[in-house]
Design a protein around this ligand. Structure first.
Ligand SMILES: [Zn+2]
Length: 243
């Protein structure tokens, strides 16, 4: 299976993670081929088969995803699920249960993957521009500290391939983005959401050396689905799981 990884997690023996490219699935165009989303009018049985192949490849017992509504709502998975779940109404997932993979579905939005190797807790955050505006990153880290006693300085963070500053054009940024984010405008109407996420992580207590940005733009790199490149398309998955 074709996927990329982040070196920040490379030495972590208790962790599995992968950013899945669009290949090796069975979805037909325009969802070809490893589409993980039930929400894009692809054939549901095909999506299920794609997800099954991911579980098999990475030896996962459960694959948990969220409905992803561009909110800042967080689902804590605190017991072993009986079945794979797609819980509607959430944009971040946290668990300390081994073999339960947390998956974010993407086509330009970021998956921000977190691992606390001390408390053995993981999180996976869906952060597009709306989640970024709501600072779902800070809320997720705060939830890890409250619910799992994580210290932010212990947390390792990886930002997946996503829309880069080369392509993140927001013509209506004055009405869409809060004013404190306007300073991330690089060239007229283009914003660096990778830098915003890094700064949100640092402000939440994560140390700079513990943050990695993949720096792969999904609109430029055709290995990944991109909503901006093609409106009707699939979603690729970023997964993280404790072994
Ligand atoms: Zn680009």
């Amino acid at each position: 299976m074709n996927y990329s990884t982040l070196s920040i997690f490379a030495d972590q023996k208790n962790l599995t993670h992968a950013i899945l490219k669009r290949y090796d699935g069975t979805s037909k165009p325009p969802y070809d081929s490893l589409n993980v989303s039930f929400g894009v009018s692809d054939n549901a049985a095909t999506v299920l088969a794609n997800r099954g192949k991911i579980k098999e490849t990475f030896h996962l017992e459960n694959l948990i995803s969220a409905g992803q509504i561009h909110s800042n709502r967080i689902l804590i998975v605190d017991s072993k699920p009986k079945t794979d779940l797609e819980e509607g109404g959430y944009d971040a997932l946290i668990t300390n249960i081994p073999q339960v993979a947390l998956m974010i579905q993407q086509a330009d939005c970021q998956a921000v993957m977190l691992f606390d190797p001390i408390r053995k807790v993981i999180a996976n955050i869906h952060s597009g521009w709306k989640g970024t505006s709501l600072n779902i990153i800070a809320k997720t880290i705060q939830t890890m500290t409250v619910e799992f006693a994580s210290a932010p300085a212990d947390i390792l963070a990886g930002i997946s391939p996503s829309l880069g500053p080369c392509c993140a054009e927001f013509i209506n940024y004055k009405t869409e983005l809060p004013t404190h984010l306007h300073k991330y405008q690089q060239t007229p109407n283009y914003f660096d959401f990778w830098a915003i996420s890094q700064d949100q992580l640092i402000a939440a207590g994560v140390t700079r050396k513990n943050i990695e940005i993949a720096k792969i733009c999904t609109m430029c790199n055709h290995d990944y689905f991109s909503y901006r490149r093609k409106k009707t398309t699939g979603r690729f998955g970023s997964i993280i799981a404790l072994r």
